[in-house]
Design a protein around this ligand. Sequence first.
Ligand code: FES
Ligand code: FES
Length: 163
Amino acid sequence: MTIPIRLTLNGKPHAIDLDDPRVTLLDLLRERLGLTGAKKGCDRGQCGACTVLVDGRRINSCLQLAASLDGAEVLTIEGLSEGDALHPVQAAFIAHDGFQCGFCTPGQIMSAVGLIREGRAGTDPERIREGMSGNLCRCGAYAGILEAVQDASGRMEHREDAA
Ligand code: FES
Ligand code: FES
């Protein structure tokens, strides 16, 4: 028995037949749809490497059953740039060396985008640290990550579509 769901994924409609009701959004993205940007760090909601936006909110995709997302809008790191133009958060991570090995980076960036969209980032370091505390970085690139989020948050405050 399959479970049909419809998703808007990175702006495009998808009709998907799930052959297993237990498949997570992360596994759906990585193993069935070929979107490997979101990473599987812990697979238990502890590291944030799998962060994507669902209906504009940050979630750990390793904890979310795909079957529960019928009709949802999902944004992954693959859908963030507009053609060759990087999203301001992506550009800020590069400008501020917000990564080393890069494993946590897609999750960090999606979390930062969500935080800024929630209007909870501002440029206060403590608020940003708290807002990003669900995203771990084994390389310890936190100083650059903080600077990147501060920078992008400041820029995006002035954009109408903080997308
Ligand atoms: S892989 Fe999802 S929180 Fe770690
Ligand atoms: S850059 Fe390596 S885990 Fe964060």
